[in-house]
Design a protein around this ligand. Structure first.
Ligand SMILES: [Zn+2]
Length: 175
């Protein structure tokens, strides 16, 4: 895993110098699994993954509890149920290049439109932290949040390790 941001200070200039977790480096090398398969970030918009701490084998299998599922990794046997709209779009866990930025913008538009029209949406990746996080945060920005509000909402829902990919944080703040 490439260097991720420290989950305590996020390498923010005013916090990193005194950060006891990363000892001032702003970096982290570990990223634990989340407890929950998915969490609601804002009403109607959920973020999750395929790998969580839960011991239940079926914990991350989606049935028909969402109207739209956006999967940034695809795995057999993880749903959603037939009849549920399912968008599969592979995305690298890296700084979005021009092509990836276009894909990301399209997904964020789709997710924001669905939430606006009252549909329930799940955006999921592997751990449910970074790739799903950058799509959800981009959708939140379209729904009126500032980039920093979007970052905070995603981390509040999925835990402090969400959006620790520095490339994604930079992408969101450039919006
Ligand atoms: Zn730190």
């Amino acid at each position: 895993m490439s260097a991720m941001l420290c989950h305590a200070c996020y390498a923010e200039p005013d916090a990193v110098v005194d950060c006891a977790v990363c000892r001032g480096t702003g970096r982290s090398t570990r990223m634990p699994l989340c407890r929950d398969p998915w969490n609601e970030v804002t009403p109607g918009l959920w973020q999750g993954g395929h790998d969580v701490l839960s011991q239940s084998r079926g914990a991350c299998v989606v049935a028909d509890q969402f109207d739209l599922v956006v999967s940034l990794v695809s795995r057999q046997g993880y749903g959603p149920a037939e009849g549920v709209e399912h968008i599969v779009a592979r995305m690298a866990d890296a700084v979005p290049d021009a092509g990836a930025s276009l894909v990301l913008a399209g997904l964020a538009d789709t997710v924001a439109d669905a939430v606006r029209s009252g549909r329930t949406v799940l955006v999921r990746c592997s751990g449910g932290l970074n790739r799903s996080g950058v799509v959800v945060a981009s959708a939140l920005i379209r729904l009126g949040r500032t980039p920093d509000e979007a970052l905070a909402e995603v981390r509040a829902a999925r835990g402090p390790w969400a959006l620790t990919n520095p490339g994604f944080v930079g992408y969101l703040r450039r919006k």
